[in-house]
Design a protein around this ligand. Structure first.
Ligand code: GDP
Length: 485
């Protein structure tokens, strides 16, 4: 019954959207990626470039001057926080600090006045929706019972690599009896230890593939609610929860999580997107080693599966295909020399490759790009003895420390990023010479995890300075170029 109500709501929504789109062509662009992938920086740079004369030679309607103007307008969804664009731009450009990252959904509307290729004046509305990728990985839970999810999560946490991280939670779990009377304190402790375990997996093993529920780490405004206070239990196979038991309490909260968190997200946001960009911090995965890369591969496959789920509701087939383009973008390419940018793309292509093959029935066009939404580095040849090494110059953020040297935020340093291998398989096998961003470093200093400050912008006359980037225009061309023909 719940599914029928859900479908009805979706149809009403889709009809309304359909009417809107008819009179007022609109693209709803979803921007997602796991925590710290670069969503906030990407959206800020994209809007800044479109509204303030960015340098986008590969974004055809912009480069040929057909875009007359792009301006911000109030967004249509009253219940969604506005993306704090002005604050983020101020932080990025004036303070030269990175803005605060995405922790919740937010939205912004950009209206683009342009001239069609045939000369007619038109307007395209671009609604940009920023949401944590962790939330997306929740969608598969809709098709799982508490018992299934519990068994799967538990099995995963007992695998060798995770078992150590899960030890404190497993210790508490062993003291719980699923059929015993419901106990709020037991549920609270279990949820807290389970969340700690999820967090350690994310922090220590880089990707949090296959580790829903996503809100446990990105609670938005639901922190400490019962819908987020549950955890897996060690359950007898085949049984059912006795009334009033801890088990029954967990089942109820797990179902509440679906009702309060997953279904509204699916209905109000995900199912209404037309285009999607998935940002990936692939360089961090390389640095963490082959295992993290396999983890990332699984996470991206999970994400693509979600798009398939998105299309299998009967509505999406009734009305129009919703998400028809998906772009996977490796971010922070400015940490590599330009000679490695194509290789970074090749690794990402290989990482999503299997998932794409499986997800062909998403019906969506899929592309891959390596980009830096904001380029924080310059390139130079730096002399080392008799050699000249292709280097990256950047200003480490204040407080960054490498090999005992602490940076004040005003000193530029040269780093020698290793070349990515021509064959992506080397990274997956772990036998690559690439051992992190400083592998080829002629010095001992490990600059691998240095965060550079955003760039200092050069003012030329009265003209507003543009933010430097790498291939952001290619991303734009793929994401909206065809809608501005
Ligand atoms: P979010 O969690 O996906 O919103 O991630 P953010 O957009 O906040 O980015 C996380 C961090 O990655 C930032 O604070 C920056 O340190 C870094 N970062 C993101 N984009 C870029 C980029 O284009 N170039 C560089 N050098 N660093 C970036």
């Amino acid at each position: 019954f719940q599914d029928i109500v859900e479908e009805a709501r979706l149809s009403a929504r889709a009809l309304m959207d359909y009417g809107d789109h008819f009179f007022n062509p609109t693209v709803r662009l979803g921007v997602t990626g796991l925590s710290r992938a670069g969503k906030t920086v990407f959206i800020t740079a994209l809007i800044h470039g479109l509204t303030r004369g960015g340098r986008f030679p590969i974004f055809e309607p912009f480069a040929t001057g057909r875009i007359a103007r792009a301006r911000l307008e109030p967004q249509p969804d009253d219940a969604v926080p506005r993306f704090a664009y002005e604050n983020h731009v101020g932080t990025l450009i004036e303070e030269r600090h990175w803005p605060n990252s995405t922790v919740d959904i937010s939205e912004l509307r950009l209206v683009i006045d342009y001239q069609r290729q045939n000369g007619a004046d038109r307007t395209l509305t671009l609604d940009i929706v920023d949401y944590p990728g962790e939330w997306l990985l929740d969608l598969p839970l809709l098709n799982k019972s508490y018992e299934q999810w519990s068994a799967e999560s538990l099995a995963l946490s007992r695998e060798p690599l995770r078992a150590g991280l899960a030890a404190p939670w497993h210790g508490h779990l062993a003291t719980l009896v699923a059929e015993a009377q419901a106990d709020e304190q037991a549920a609270l402790t279990a949820a807290r230890l389970f969340t700690d375990y999820l967090r350690t997996c994310r922090d220590e093993r880089f990707a949090m593939s296959l580790l829903p529920p996503g809100r446990f780490l990105m609670p938005g405004n639901l922190a400490d609610t019962p819908a987020l206070t549950f955890a897996p239990l060690d359950l007898p196979a085949g049984g059912s929860a006795p009334e009033g038991s801890l088990w029954a309490m967990m089942v109820r909260r797990y179902e509440a999580y679906k009702d309060v968190v997953i279904r509204p997200f699916f209905r109000d946001h995900f199912s209404r997107l037309d285009r999607q960009v998935v940002l990936v911090d692939a360089l961090s995965a390389f640095n963490a080693g082959p295992e993290a890369l396999h983890d990332l591969e699984a996470a991206l496959a999970g994400i693509l599966d979600c798009f398939r789920i998105g299309r299998s509701t009967f509505l999406s087939t009734l009305f129009r295909p919703r998400i028809d383009r998906i772009l996977f973008a490796a971010t922070k390419a400015d940490h590599l020399h330009h000679s490695s940018h194509d290789r970074l793309e090749a690794v990402l292509r290989r990482t999503v490759g299997k998932a794409v093959a499986r997800a062909e029935d998403t019906g969506a066009e899929i592309d891959v790009v390596a980009l830096a939404a904001v380029r924080a580095t310059r390139e130079a040849q730096v002399a080392r003895g008799r050699d000249k090494l292709p280097s990256i110059l950047g200003t480490p953020a204040p407080g960054e420390v490498a090999n005992g040297e602490s940076f004040d935020g005003n000193t530029e340093v040269a780093t020698f990023p290793g070349d990515l291998p021509a064959d992506p398989e080397e990274l997956f096998r772990g036998d690559s010479a690439f051992r992190g961003l400083s592998s080829a470093s002629a010095e001992k200093t490990d600059f691998r995890f240095l965060r550079f400050r955003p760039p200092l912008l050069e003012h030329e006359g009265a003209e507003e300075p543009a933010l430097p980037h790498i291939r952001l225009d290619r991303a734009l061309q793929f994401l909206i170029g065809d809608r501005l023909q």
